[in-house]
Design a protein around this ligand. Structure first.
Ligand SMILES: Cc1cc2nc3c(=O)[nH]c(=O)nc-3n(C[C@H](O)[C@H](O)[C@H](O)COP(=O)(O)OP(=O)(O)OC[C@H]3O[C@@H](n4cnc5c(N)ncnc54)[C@H](O)[C@@H]3O)c2cc1C
Length: 373
């Protein structure tokens, strides 16, 4: 059973990362009474330790997932038009290249598929990229470099800050620094209240679980098992006098993007694979830094400023879990990897589902009930 708009008096959104902030903003601007609760500070969870690349080129595993991510990119552009791009939205495209023939051929095959699916894709040479886009790159002149002009990077923490501000202006309440410890039952056996670590209890009709990597623990508060994968990642920030790159890129062995004034973010799936070995975060950061200096020699002058190992919030089958859980009236999930790309579209679609009782076709295949029973 999905509760109707008339019954929705108060919504608790658990988690003020990019996903929860997008849900809270969409609900509050449509008149719902929202309380946004975070155990820590808004935007300082995984959202602040993400490569933060808004894309669909890396989402070709199924057509439905690709389409959802394309909608995510479109929702970002709309959001930038509505709340302003401020310091969060950087639509500068994305570069990707490889350093061995097999990987290059795979990259070009994917680019070909994406072009057939109507995704804007350009194949350039390394020399051209250096001349026109990124003069600081040490890329071979003849390398094939794929450029996805519609992709972007997002400053997740700034985006959350902006949305929390906008939600506040629409009457939403923020409770930060206190975790949701229990979810009480209402008269119909569904959601009735949330109990916080600071001892307060808030009566609500709806709870949205947007707790990122903590989502399985919040699901357990309503007796639900939300299976999630363990897939940690390591992200390093560099401090540099001048940021020598203008956009996000997948170079061989390392991903690099600007992060605002005097800062660059590094990540690599190859380095993530070393997280559970004897190498600590500082060793992994040094590996990332060495790979990045190889691609952008000017980063030789940079220094490692902060490194964090974080868990990706990934439901067990790798796809988002978004929408109502019919067996627990009033309880909804918004749990996903690629939450930077997907946050704005999922926030819009889930708010609409909560307020109208209807789920959008884009969410078919991503409903939480696939994990029930
Ligand atoms: C290494 C790495 C690289 C990534 N790269 C990309 C990328 O390039 N593009 C992309 O789209 N995505 C990427 N992602 C994924 C993306 O960052 C996440 O999907 C997204 O940030 C998740 O946002 P969230 O709001 O769900 O979680 P979070 O930002 O973690 O927010 C959840 C919040 O819930 C709070 N919380 C938890 N439990 C409770 C509780 N009981 N009570 C109250 N509050 C609670 C936490 O304090 C936290 O602030 C990457 C992730 C990683 C780890």
């Amino acid at each position: 059973m999905i509760r109707s708009a008339q019954r929705t008096e108060r919504v608790a959104v658990v988690g003020a990362g990019v996903v929860g902030a997008c849900v809270a903003w969409n609900l509050s601007r449509q008149g719902a009474e929202v309380v946004l609760i975070d155990a820590g500070r808004p935007g300082e969870g995984v959202t602040n330790w993400s490569f933060s690349w808004a894309n669909a080129s890396n989402k070709t595993v199924t057509r439905a997932y690709f389409d959802l991510n394309v909608a995510g990119m479109e929702a970002h552009r709309e959001l930038a038009g509505t709340v302003g791009p401020d310091a969060w939205w950087y639509p500068s495209g994305h570069l990707r290249w490889a350093d061995d023939p097999a990987a290059e051929s795979k990259l070009l095959t994917t680019a070909g598929l994406l072009a057939v699916w109507g995704y804007r894709t350009e194949v350039r040479t390394g020399a051209e990229v250096r001349r026109r886009l990124e003069p600081a790159l040490a890329v071979r002149d003849e390398a094939a470099v794929v450029f996805y002009p519609d992709e972007a990077w997002v400053h997740g923490r700034h985006l959350v800050g902006r949305l929390v501000e906008e939600a506040d202006a629409c009457g939403a309440e923020l409770r930060s620094g206190t975790a949701v410890r229990d979810i009480g039952t209402g008269s119909d056996g569904g959601v009735g209240s949330v109990g916080l670590a600071d001892g307060t209890r808030i009566d609500v009709d709806v709870v949205v679980n947007a707790a990122g990597p903590g989502a399985h623990a919040v699901a357990a508060l309503v007796g639900r098992e939300l299976p999630m994968r363990r897939e940690p990642g390591v992200v390093t920030r560099l401090g540099c006098a001048r940021v020598p790159v203008h956009r996000a890129m997948h170079a061989p062995h390392v991903e690099i993007r600007p992060d605002g004034d005097g800062s660059v973010v590094l990540h690599s799936r190859e380095v993530d694979a070393l997280i559970d070995t004897e190498q600590g975060p500082a060793d992994l950061a040094r590996l990332l830094h060495a790979e990045a200096r190889h691609v952008v020699p000017e980063l030789g002058d940079s220094r490692i400023s902060r490194t964090r190992v974080v868990e990706r919030p990934i439901p067990a089958d790798g796809f988002p879990s978004v929408g109502a859980v019919p067996s627990v009236p009033g309880y909804y999930e918004a749990v996903t990897h690629s939450g930077i790309t997907l946050g704005p579209v999922l926030g819009r679609l889930l708010a609409s589902e909560i307020l109208t009782g209807k789920s959008d076709d884009l969410l078919t295949g991503f409903h939480p009930e696939r994990f029930s029973g």
